[in-house]
Design a protein. Structure first.
Lengths: 456, 295, 135
């Protein structure tokens, strides 16, 4: 006799970037309950950080926030931010998931997101959303369009929390101030120091993993200097973004002057089996071209130089976009940059133009590195907890790389977005929908017969 | 502590200042550099052609000499010698076929199987003596002296032979700090001086030297600190010609790290043989009150 | 006249000899140019290091033989340590020099050096120069 079990028609989406958002909306619109778990205080992911997206130069916040709001308000979606998946047991159709809801020390049923607290908080911490280009307070929402737009206290940097830890502990060193300014000023009385981490247990029938990517840290490339004026692509997005720390006015971090010579370096860490990662990160050719174009729009008398090996422009409208970048005056120099270092006021970029056969150098005011795309920090641990395979670089392994790219190595767990491999926004959205269709296909059955399970 | 020491040809001829200061300084630090007997020229460069085993005999023979002394470690000062001996040792350790061929050829010698560790003096100072022990021996802090560290090629490349990080080594800087010297950031610290091209294309070496020394000058360095007699020659010997070609170049003292170490731990300046240095090292040190006026 | 690319050219003896002497697989090179970008002697070279590798890939024996580039290579190994494909380019340069030197085509004539120069040069320079540039 073969046992059949009922399928729990509720899905879990891990990761609130554009792929996870799309997956959640499609499953929810399909009529089923979805839990979205996002580890940062807001959904949106990296797309919410960009200035304008290629090839349309749309404002990403403008095209993404309607979907973010949908997720926040959808009757079928339960959104858990500042939360992480701790354990998964069971199997396809019947997973039991333990979710850690981290304490925010703010009662979200009371918080209105008015902003009084973060405007008055005295502590300054490098902002994750601004990629370190600007600071945030210890109590904060990550960005203006955050969903949920409710404050969270970063307990590692909160003065009062440090004071409490000091008082409970060895009392070594200087006593931190008691602060509590946020509590005093909050008109909704939403600060709740007693709030603790909470474990939420849910039964779900399917899981979509859409945990996205992070860029390789610059310090992994020792021949490219660690310097305030050597930034990565996401940092430059924040510098270009009209809603960003400098309102889109391009200023270099060291002395706030307008950079007149900007160098963009492709393949920083990618396509390098010896010292970096062997893979191509797929989006850098396009976003460096876009950033050069936006830079020229912002600084019309500036010069953008892009060092490249190839120009990979495979999407719709991409090749035309790149040609436009060249037509608008960006110089393309063919060759991988060997060395970057500061010499006085300038950043020297030692490169080559193999097409003309000349070794070249550029004295740049600012350098933007197209750093390699890697799975987001923590993906490997999460994959281990989920019991799904990852490849050598830590990207989630699909069931078959050609014909089944959205199934993980564990039935019932699906993949979407950059967590499965470097890709752009259209592909991430498409995969989100694809993963959702897998879930909807699964939920079309009320019962399933797990393979190998026999009774009697 | 006794250490087998391999001088190499140039330390006995044009770089007496390098050797004399090293031996004296290490003696103060409690390390006896014991020259291995019957050493031969190491060959200066590592032969990279895959079928060329003959040129590895010279460095391997020196390692055999060390082993014959019952020693399992040899220290060198000259970066070039370090690089050649080290890579010969690695080749003997990692390539069984080549090792056998070379050992069979040198049938009058004991077999060499990688029983000797090749180290550079900077490693000994960092790892065996230690910065704190050196600091305790400093009697003449070299304050006010601003230098740039120059590693050249052979201390940090290839990766297998590197004594420190390939791209961002810090050992010379750490030593200098212990001696009270101010170390300036120097992005060209591992850029090649031109090496043996001095024989075939001295003009190219002048360009390399100007690139390196010019930056040192722009940074406000008083001197370039290095570890290789070939670098010292390439950067030092042609300074008049560089100045002829590039009017903004006004000269740059070149000093071996052992000379500054020796001076700082109280070795008398005469022993350090600053008279053999290029670029006006003696005048510089005198000007800073770090060595006394000539009587 | 066009350069004819054929298997005959691509697999000629010269290419095989380079691979044998250097122990390097030239086919791994995807011509990123990083070697040329970092080479301290590039400024004096007629063909850049990556172009030399390209010529070997295409079996262009004559172009390589005429080039001064392998003789300007200082074996500083910057190319080797930074190559994303782990190719020891300095080793390839050594192989190119060896092919010429073994045909008795020395690049320097020791007897032709000025006496003053010889007196001035330290032993380390003379020995390494003659090791690399003469047969």
């Amino acid at each position: 006799m073969r046992l059949s079990v009922g399928v729990v028609k509720k899905a879990l989406v891990i990761g609130g970037g554009v792929a996870g958002i799309q997956a959640a909306l499609d499953i929810a619109d399909g009529g089923y309950q979805v839990i979205v778990v996002e580890k940062t205080p807001s959904i949106g992911g990296h797309m919410a950080q960009y200035a304008e997206v290629f090839p349309t130069l749309d404002c990403p916040q403008c095209i993404l926030t309607p979907k973010m709001v949908d997720v926040g308000q959808h009757p079928n979606i339960r959104l858990l931010t500042y939360a992480e998946v701790q354990r998964v047991s069971g199997e396809v159709g019947n997973f039991e998931v333990e979710i850690l809801q981290k304490a925010r020390k703010v009662d979200h049923t009371k918080c209105t997101g008015c902003g009084t607290c973060w405007q008055k908080c005295p502590e300054k911490v490098p902002s994750e959303y601004d990629a370190g280009v600007a600071d945030r307070a210890a109590i904060y929402i990550p960005f203006a369009q955050a969903v949920p737009a409710k404050a969270v206290i970063d307990t590692e940097h909160c003065r009062y929390i440090k004071y409490l830890e000091f008082m409970e502990g060895e009392k070594e060193g200087k006593k931190p101030p008691q602060c509590r300014i946020c509590e005093r000023l909050c008109p909704a009385g939403a600060i709740d120091w007693e709030q603790e981490d909470e474990t939420i247990t849910e039964q779900v029938g399917a899981i979509v993993v859409a945990t996205g990517f992070d860029l390789m840290p610059i310090k992994r490339l020792p021949e490219y200097a660690e310097d305030p004026d050597v930034v990565d692509g996401i940092q430059f997005e924040r510098m270009l973004c009209p809603g960003g720390p400098t309102a889109g006015v391009v200023r270099r971090p060291s002395d706030k002057r307008t950079p007149k010579e900007v160098v963009f370096v492709s393949c920083a860490g990618s396509r390098d089996p010896e010292h970096g990662v062997p893979h191509c990160s797929r989006v850098c050719c396009m976003y460096l071209a876009k950033q050069a174009m936006l830079y020229k729009h912002a600084v019309p008398d500036g010069q953008a130089h892009i060092f490249y090996i190839d120009t990979r422009t495979t999407g719709k409208g991409y090749e035309e976009f790149l040609q436009r970048t060249m037509a608008e005056g960006t110089v393309y120099l063919r060759g991988k940059v060997s060395r970057i270092y500061r010499d006085g006021d300038k950043i020297k970029v030692m490169g080559v133009d193999t097409l003309s056969g000349k070794q070249v150098e550029v004295s740049a005011d600012l350098v933007v590195l197209g750093m390699a795309m890697l799975p987001s920090v923590g993906t490997k641990d999460l994959a281990a907890r989920l019991g799904i395979a990852t490849d050598e670089q830590g990207f989630l392994t699909e069931n078959h790389i050609k014909i089944d790219p959205l199934e993980s190595t564990r039935p019932g767990i699906y993949l979407a977005g950059a967590a499965q491999g470097p890709k752009d926004i259209p592909d991430s959205v498409a995969q989100g929908s694809g993963a959702a269709s897998k879930v909807l296909g699964l939920f079309a059955h009320s019962e399933m017969t797990p393979e190998g399970l026999v009774v009697g | 502590m006794d250490l087998s020491y391999y001088p190499g040809c140039t330390l006995k001829t044009k770089a007496l200042n390098f050797e004399a200061s090293a031996i004296a300084a290490m003696s103060v630090l409690g390390v006896n550099l014991i020259e291995i007997p019957r050493w031969n020229c190491c060959g200066t460069v590592h032969s990279m052609a895959d079928d060329d085993l003959a040129h590895h005999i010279a460095p391997v023979r020196n390692l055999v000499r060390v082993a014959e002394q019952g020693s399992n470690r040899v220290v060198t000062l000259c970066s070039f010698c370090y690089n050649t001996l080290k890579r010969a040792d690695l080749l003997m350790r990692n390539s069984p076929e080549k090792r056998n061929t070379i050992n069979s050829f040198m049938d009058d010698e004991i077999d060499y199987n990688g029983q000797v560790e090749v180290v550079h003096l900077l490693e000994v100072l960092r790892d065996d003596v230690g910065w704190e022990a050196i600091a305790r021996q400093v009697k003449v802090p070299l304050e006010g002296l601003k230098v740039v560290p120059y590693y050249g090629c052979t201390l940090t490349r290839p990766q297998e032979a590197a004594i420190d990080s390939v791209e961002n080594p810090t050992v010379i800087q750490e030593l200098m700090k212990v001696l009270g010297v101010t170390v300036l950031d120097f992005p060209l610290a591992t850029e090649c001086c031109g090496s043996f091209e001095i024989v075939s294309d001295p003009g190219a070496v002048i360009e390399r030297a100007y690139a390196i020394l010019g930056m040192a000058q722009r940074k406000g360095a008083d001197a370039v600190v290095l570890s290789c007699p070939l670098c010292a020659h390439n950067l030092g010997q042609k300074q008049a010609e560089i100045a002829d070609k590039y009017s903004d170049f006004t000269g740059m003292p070149i000093v071996y790290f052992t000379q500054l170490l020796a001076l700082a731990v109280g070795v008398s300046p005469e022993v350090c043989r600053f008279d053999l240095n290029f670029g006006g090292v003696e005048a510089l040190l005198r000007d800073r009150g770090l060595i006394p006026e000539r009587v | 006249m066009r350069l004819e690319i054929s298997s005959g050219r691509l697999r000629n003896e010269f290419v095989a000899k380079i691979a044998e002497l250097s122990g390097q697989d030239i086919n791994l090179c995807y011509q990123c140019g990083k070697c040329s970008a970092g080479c301290p002697m590039s400024f004096a070279m007629d063909l850049l290091p990556n172009q030399i590798i390209r010529c070997v890939q295409l079996g262009l024996t004559d172009d390589v033989a005429k080039s001064r580039t392998p003789w300007l290579c200082a074996s500083c190994l910057v190319c080797t340590v930074r190559c994303p494909k782990g190719i020891d380019i300095a080793c390839v340069m050594e192989a190119l020099r060896q092919i010429a030197l073994r045909r008795r085509e020395d690049f320097v004539d020791p007897a032709g050096l000025e006496r003053d120069t010889v007196a001035e040069l330290p032993a380390i320079a003379l020995v390494s120069g003659f090791r690399k540039l003469t047969g």
